[in-house]
Each structure stands twice: as C-alpha cells, then as structure tokens.
Design a binder for this molecule. Structure first.
Ligand code: AKG
Ligand code: FE2
Length: 212
C-alpha cells in the first residue's frame, strides 16, 4: 500500500499495523507539504550557534565523542510557532498510536539535527531495555534532492545482528518510526549538509519530578 499526504485515520492505521507487525515503518511522506517547508526553512535559518554538539548518554553524561557521532542538535520548544506546530502534530500522532496499540506513550521530545559534510552517527540503540523511557523513535528528513551518492543513509539493523534490513535516504518529507529498544541503527557518513528532526515518544517516568 502506498500511503498518504497528511496523516489521516487510514494513515495512522497503516503505521500502527506496521509497528505491530515488524516494529518499524518508513513513509516517503507523512506531513502536509506546508509543514515540511516551514520546518525546512526553520532549520536552515537556525544559526550555527543555536546548535550544540550532540553527546552520548543522557543529560549530565554529556561526553563528546568524535568517534561515535558528529551531529549537532537543537531541541524544539513550544515558544516557537513552527516547533509548536510540529510538536502538536506529534501529540496527535501519539494519541493515535495509543488508541491503536495501547502503548501508553506519555510525551514526546524532539531535536533538529544537522550533520555537516563528513558527519555520521555510528551504530547504536536509542534506548536500553529497562533503562530508558524512550519507546518509539521518529525521524523526519528535510533534504530536498538528496542523491544516493550524497551518503547519509539511515541503516536500520535487525535486532542483535549486523544485517541491514532497511537503508533510508534522508529525502525531504520522509518519516521513519521504529521501536527504540529493538533496532540498532546508524547514520552513514554524509557528503552533504543533512537536516532532520529526531524525536522520541516516551513512557511516563515516575522518577521525574511531577509537572506542577
Ligand atoms: O538521522 C537519523 O537518520 C537518525 C538519527 C539518530 O539515530 C539519533 O539521533 O539517535
Ligand atoms: Fe538513534
């Protein structure tokens, strides 16, 4: 089946079925073109200073490690109207998945990522069983006219193996979703500036301070 232009109920059905069946889904397009364009303008207009070199591990454990990843990131926040439009869209997505899959997804965090020429992110998982509340990873790509030779593909590996089951070009508007604990993945070296939004749906963390 070839879905979609903008997430309809049928689109959410298709995604939920794919997640239930195989644990991931690659969609050539998900959002309305206007939204993709606005997000692309926004990420291109961010200053180099707005981005931070991404680290490994969470929060305080922010050791930079050139051998593992070379991307730069910036969190989306509700006080920017374009960020908010995307976060609102993902809030709808979250509820749509909860209704279909009973996943109990509680919230969503997302950052813009810039991979400069030569940047990569070696094979990793986004969440370790029992150690993180990240359950579902999303990536939206914002690169018009990407060519195979530009590199920067996302490789998704079969769980616990070196077999690449999916190679995704970071084409404009393409959206990828996968179970965070299950799929090791990698961004191969990019030969062009590469822009995306990576995000994570999370379970409620009872150790986190309550929102008052
Ligand atoms: O940009 C991508 O294709 C994946 C990024 C990623 O794996 C991450 O940020 O954890
Ligand atoms: Fe990742």
């Amino acid at each position: 089946m070839k879905p979609l232009i903008h997430p309809t109920e049928a689109t959410y059905d298709y995604i939920a079925d794919a997640i239930a069946d195989k644990g991931y889904c690659v969609l050539p397009q998900l959002l309305h073109a206007n939204m993709n364009n606005a997000l692309q303008q926004r990420v291109m207009n961010l200053d180099e200073d707005d981005f931070k070199r991404a680290g490994i591990g969470r929060e305080q454990d922010f050791q930079l490690n050139n051998t593992v990843r070379r991307d730069e990131t910036r969190w989306l926040t509700l006080d920017n109207s374009i960020d908010k439009a995307y976060l609102d869209q993902m809030a709808e997505f979250r509820l749509a998945m909860n209704r279909r899959l009973f996943m109990g997804l509680f919230d969503y965090e997302a950052h813009y990522a810039h991979y400069a020429r030569g940047a990569f992110y070696k094979k990793h998982v986004d969440a370790f069983k029992g150690e993180s509340n990240r359950v579902l990873t999303t990536v939206l790509y914002l690169n018009p006219e990407w060519q195979e030779a530009d590199g920067g593909q996302l490789f998704i590996y079969a769980a616990d193996s070196d077999t690449v089951i999916e190679s995704v070009n970071p084409n404009f508007g393409c959206f990828v979703i996968f179970l965070s604990e299950q799929f090791p993945h990698e961004v191969v070296k990019s030969y062009r500036d590469r822009y995306s939004i990576a995000g994570w749906f999370r379970l409620h963390d009872p150790l986190q301070a309550p929102l008052i």
